[in-house]
Write a protein that binds this ligand. Structure first.
Ligand code: SF4
Length: 217
């Protein structure tokens, strides 16, 4: 089974509780105005990876250094069969290692469950809803105030339940990570309004200019 993947990263500490594996799917047609990840919109054969390869990558991380898996995008629900296959493999590892499985979607919960019933049944939690720039600044791990963090299992309730009801005004600071490669920098986490521009200005002040950013066309 093939899945289109934007990137894989470990350790992820800014997207879900604890230390995590991060899997970003490639491809999203929702086109939320103000999306910070426009680089994940297009799909194409260059992003195709065998699900088995992704699971092998997960297995190559020391299990003791993984608390859970965060699946984001792109829009994971737009690859329902591949997502289910991936989660089936991850659920086996949850049994062995105690990992929780948390997924972000631009869909509301009911629509996600209808489109991806097999994946939905295997998740411990779901962050739901489109990014709405006019309501930017959501609760923990959410980009805008309309988005919900929904624990789906007892494990999910244990790991994320305390943040499910928090409000933007609770004032959680953004948790951000930066992964620097030769000529690219990836921002991991959910920035607050103005954070990307602040980062850009801070880098510019040190003489580092960006040729392009993923939050502008
Ligand atoms: S915010 Fe997420 S769902 Fe919305 S366009 Fe961007 S990648 Fe797609």
């Amino acid at each position: 089974m093939i899945i289109d993947v934007a990137r894989l990263h470990h350790p992820v500490t800014a997207l879900g509780p604890g230390t995590r594996l991060g899997i970003w799917t490639q491809g999203c047609t929702l086109a939320c105005p103000g999306c910070l990840s426009r680089d994940t919109w297009e799909s194409g054969p260059e992003y195709a990876v065998d699900v088995r390869t992704v699971l092998d990558w997960c297995d190559a991380r020391p299990p003791a250094e993984v608390d859970g898996v965060s699946i984001s995008g792109g829009e994971p629900s737009q690859q329902p069969h591949a997502l289910a296959e991936l989660l089936k493999g991850l659920a086996e590892r949850r049994e062995r290692h105690g990992w929780d499985l948390l997924c972000w979607t631009g869909l509301e919960e009911e629509l996600f469950a209808n489109r991806c019933p097999d994946a939905y049944a295997l998740l411990d939690g779901l962050v739901t809803g489109p990014y709405v720039a006019a309501r930017a600044g959501g609760g923990r791990w959410r980009g805008s105030a309309n988005q919900r963090l929904v624990p789906l299992t007892g494990l999910g309730q244990e790991r994320y339940g305390q943040w499910a009801e928090d409000e933007p005004q609770d004032g959680h600071p953004a948790e951000l990570q930066f992964q620097v490669e030769t000529d690219r920098m990836f921002l991991i986490g959910v920035p607050r309004p103005g954070d990307p521009a602040r980062v850009q200005r801070a880098l510019a002040a040190q003489g580092i200019t960006m040729d392009g950013v993923t939050w502008r066309p």
